[in-house]
Design a protein around this ligand. Sequence first.
Ligand code: NAD
Length: 423
Amino acid sequence: MSLSYEIENNGAWQTYLAQVDRVAPYLEADLIPYINTLKRPKRALIVDVPIVMDDGAIQHFEGYRVQHNLSRGPGKGGIRYHPDVELNEVMALSAWMTIKTAVLNLPYGGAKGGIRVDPKKLSARELERLTRRFTSEISPIIGPQNDIPAPDVGTNADIMGWMMDTYSSIKGHTVTGVVTGKPVHLGGSLGRVRATGRGVFVTGLEVAKKINLSIENSRVAVQGFGNVGSEAAYLFNKANAKVVCAQDHTGTIFNDDGLDVKSLQEHVAQTGGVAGFPDSSKIEDAEFWNVEMDILVPAALEGQITAERAQTLKAKLVLEGANGPTYPDADDVLGQRNIIVVPDVLCNAGGVTVSYFEWVQDMSSYFWTEDEINARLDKLMIQAVDDVWKKAQEKSCTMRTAAYILACERILKARKERGIFPG
Ligand code: NAD
């Protein structure tokens, strides 16, 4: 299928294009001639990844690396191993990374990659062979100054370690900065694992101040109690908020006085889910959306807040830990009801921000303490909240639209100032 076909006919990519079109009327006239820069990926590489399976058979997998935009710096974005990975989805995900890095004002563009594979069906050796061959195939376009992959769905720190080793073998010397999300002893950063949940909390705290919502004794409901949701819940609990409800794939639990989040984390580590946590009552999953709450943290899946749920939601503030948890029509309802949504491209950017710190540390071979990393993370996230908030006030729009305006302005200004080669 051709790139033009993908550009014109894909769902996720179409969604992204619609977002750009929505922002266009807010942009300064001098940036409009450059807007098509955002509507096409700069570079898309499709690779064949053949590997010898443990039984001796040869299997071929299809892999991708898309660099959506490099106007502000090297590409940055995860590698996904999933049976549904396809070019159009990777294109959309790469574009959203361009937006996210620009909202945080990180010196990066946006990229994304993946392999259409079910990693659970491969042995550890097969997974390593797949990763190494894929890295070799995309090595002409990645690199610490070109494009820096990271973990995403179906990939992890071990896979990043193999990618770093393969790329380094090709170059003939160790290149730690080619990927982020590596194990800490291989040049990974302290604080990375908890960074996204921390960013959700920090952005929430900052916006709460702006809308005069006191965190102390506020009621928080968290959907998803994994990496992102559990850390955000922990920090809210530590700040004396009451985490009254938590939902994951095992069920929904409630305590009107607030759950003890530290004990809940231990329970989830032991049992695999929130269900059966002592000192809580089980409620129907659908009831999650009707709980009395001030703050909602969707930190599980996309497409969770429908227009119907938005009509009755009691929250004053929604913190999008997950990517894409709110449908566009639900967004409109929340806006009409004056419920503030801190959009995913800002709220869950703590992970990519600490990935940036990992890259900076790798490039200087000088490593920071976790306290230093958290302090720098908080500073950048607070700055980004302020930037987006100001833009929303200036343009009288939601924080999501403001984040997109800010990002598109930054990307297109860079494009304009660099000019179009060969001029
Ligand atoms: P995770 O796998 O650690 O946790 C996912 C959680 O969602 C689990 O608690 C799981 O039980 C729950 N869940 C799954 N199906 C559910 C269902 N049907 N109903 C309710 N809960 C369900 O994942 P994570 O790393 O915490 O990521 C969560 C979200 O945040 C994803 O959308 C991810 O893309 C996004 N995100 C994560 C990061 C990061 O650094 N981890 C960064 C940016 C965005």
